[in-house]
Design a protein around this ligand. Structure first.
Ligand SMILES: [Zn+2]
Length: 135
């Protein structure tokens, strides 16, 4: 198991706070994980012109909610990891290299850029050591 000398306890506290803040922010927006109610069931066949617009806004709302739900799930998972294995926080779940700058932007990410790209199906040009300092 890799040791994570780069992250000390006070840094972990900061990550935890950021994650909690982020979670609070997402929850504060409300309406999470609620699929848009399909009101068109009630009105059969009317408003042909209006329909595409309504559906489009529902799709947008739905996508937005799903994205937020995904982030919330990842935030919760990150908090759980931070709780259970603080020594591994900030390390890629796949290759155990420090995630580095990516973590600063998205404190809940699980993978380094390379492993993320690999799992997204982007061609991975061989293993490269990460030389980014974790600050
Ligand atoms: Zn990785």
């Amino acid at each position: 198991m890799a040791s994570n000398d780069a992250v000390d306890a006070s840094e972990l506290e900061q990550w935890k706070k950021r994650l909690l803040d982020l979670r609070a922010e997402i929850l504060a927006e409300g309406d999470l994980a609620i699929e848009p109610v399909r009101k068109d069931d009630a009105r059969v066949g009317n408003d042909e012109d209006e329909q595409p617009l309504v559906e489009m806004s529902q799709v947008i709302a739905s996508k937005r909610n799903r994205a937020r739900t995904d982030v919330l799930t990842k935030v919760n998972q990150a908090l759980a990891r931070l709780e259970k294995q603080p020594e591994l926080f900030g390390l890629c779940q796949e290759c155990e290299e420090p995630i580095g700058k990516r973590l600063a932007a998205l404190p809940y990410v699980e993978f380094c850029v390379e492993c993320q790209q690999a799992s997204d199906g982007v061609h991975k040009p061989g293993r490269r050591r990460h030389l980014l300092d974790f600050k």
